[in-house]
Design a protein around this ligand. Structure first.
Ligand code: PHE
Length: 455
């Protein structure tokens, strides 16, 4: 029965073509991780050195796990809880653990998405000097009570609106508008920056490897970045794989998805690193919110007359990246409800909306009326980011490799992959899933726990 595309639930939606799948998966993969973490890491770890390591990991470990998750989805025709239960009854717990990740990531990702929406609007209506006034503007907005909740609501509203229109009518159509726009705008900004006087030093810094910085820390960071920017270990790729028709070739698709995410990271770095050099004479020294909402407005201001247009374009770009990722999170949660509780899609969306509104409002209150609140000494948003990225996702990824590599055996998925053509790299893939990936993921997990305990 595992080869049936129709499960005991209603007939499953399917992507209209191979390309809509590749673009949807790439749209999920390309997100805030590519824009606010990658350029900083590349700048910190010797530019080209980090780029090369990240490329190696994306096209080995990354696409191997991507192939595992998407073929698991396609094989079972189910979202992550059902998928793991279907391949082995005893691994149902792993399905639940993986399913929990998008339920925790979603709420805090919405909060950040709200900030990005606000900055698009702010660049349209406010002068770039005000936005570049140190951390004042950002802090005031983040703690602004009503306004921060309104923008959170705007971002959530956009996400749910797209999901409400369904896999074909909403997600495919939304991605078809947002992804090409994102790529064109990103390339245009990168070209603009590269022809500005003074950018060559930053470009050199970004592209030329400095091997003296090679370290275990660099390797761990390049690996974690690979997981995050390919949306692995969150149940997302299993769900997106479950909407695939049997004849679509998987191996080529996962290479293309990896290529997209790598390419966007590369361009994001080629924008941010040289731009920071032009403004400050050094590489960016911050990541996350402070890079995006404090440092970059200063960089844009230094560009003089183009500051406003640069700000609008850049934040629209980031908004599209964030939106297409948050859409994939919500879709994953919806499909978990539909598959496991046999709920109608519309009902699942409403229940999920209530859950996400409450949880996201709680996370946002960490900057407002609960601003003194801490969980294990961390601000709410940082805590949920830490628990998912540093703990839950590595555990899910490790357990997935063990269950597929050692318990059910990779052959189950090799047969699935070969339904759409001969799989030339099956031996290498098996070695990756059984040995290489679990060892590397264990290293990430140990390092994350050690860092957390050391803080
Ligand atoms: N790849 C996404 C990113 O870089 C990770 C992610 C996906 C996060 C979906 C949240 C939701 O932002």
């Amino acid at each position: 029965m595992a080869n049936e595309q129709i499960t005991e639930n209603a007939p499953r939606a399917t992507w209209t073509s191979k390309w809509t799948f590749v673009i949807a998966a790439a749209a999920s993969a390309v997100g805030l991780g590519n824009f606010w973490r990658f350029p900083y890491l590349a700048a910190k770890f010797g530019g080209g050195t980090f780029l090369i390591m990240y490329a190696i990991f994306v096209f080995t470990v990354g696409i191997s796990l991507l192939l595992l998750e998407t073929s698991l989805g396609r094989n079972t025709g189910l979202s992550v809880v059902g998928a793991f239960a279907r391949i082995n009854k005893k691994s149902k717990w792993l399905g639940y653990l993986a399913a929990a990740v998008p339920f925790v990531i979603g709420p805090y990702y919405f909060v950040v998405g709200g900030w990005v929406c606000k900055y698009v609007a702010a660049y349209i209506s406010t002068s770039p000097e005000i936005l570049a006034n140190g951390s004042n503007y950002f802090n005031a907005f983040q703690h602004s009570e009503l306004s921060s909740y309104v923008w959170l609501g705007v971002f959530m509203g956009l996400t749910f609106l797209v999901v409400a229109f369904g896999v074909n009518g909403g997600i495919e159509r939304g991605n078809m508008i947002m992804m090409p726009t994102l790529i064109v705008v990103a390339i245009a900004i990168a070209i603009y920056i590269s022809v500005q006087p003074g950018s060559s030093e930053g470009i050199k810094y970004y592209f030329v490897p400095d091997w003296s910085v090679m370290s275990p820390e660099l390797i761990i960071n390049a690996l974690s970045q690979t997981f995050y920017t390919l949306s692995l270990a969150m149940g997302i790729m299993v769900t997106y794989g479950s909407y695939l028709k049997r004849r679509e070739p998987l191996t080529k698709s996962v290479c293309q998805i990896g290529g997209f995410s790598f390419g966007v990271s590369l361009i994001a770095g080629a924008i941010i690193v040289p731009a920071a050099f032009m403004a400050f004479g050094t590489a960016p020294t911050s990541a996350g919110p402070s890079l995006m909402f404090i440092t970059l407005p200063q960089v844009f201001l230094s560009m003089g007359p183009v500051a406003t247009s640069m700000g609008i374009l850049f934040f629209v770009l980031v908004l599209f990246a964030a939106l297409t990722s948050s859409i994939s999170v919500v879709e994953t949660c919806v499909s978990i409800f539909v598959d496991n509780f046999h709920m109608r899609r519309s009902k699942s969306i409403i229940i999920l909306l209530i859950y996400m509104v409450l949880f996201a409002a709680f996370v946002n209150s960490g900057y407002n009326f609960l601003s003194t609140g801490r969980i294990f000494g961390m601000e709410f948003l940082d805590f949920f980011d830490f628990v998912t990225n540093s703990i839950m996702m590595p555990i899910v990824a490790l357990a997935t490799c063990i269950v597929v590599g050692w318990v059910v055996k990779p052959n189950l998925l090799i047969v699935e992959i070969e339904l759409s053509g001969y799989f030339r790299f099956k031996t290498i893939w098996t070695i990756m899933i059984k040995y290489v990936c679990p060892i590397l993921i264990t290293l990430i997990l140990i390092s994350n726990v050690a860092t957390a305990l050391g803080d």
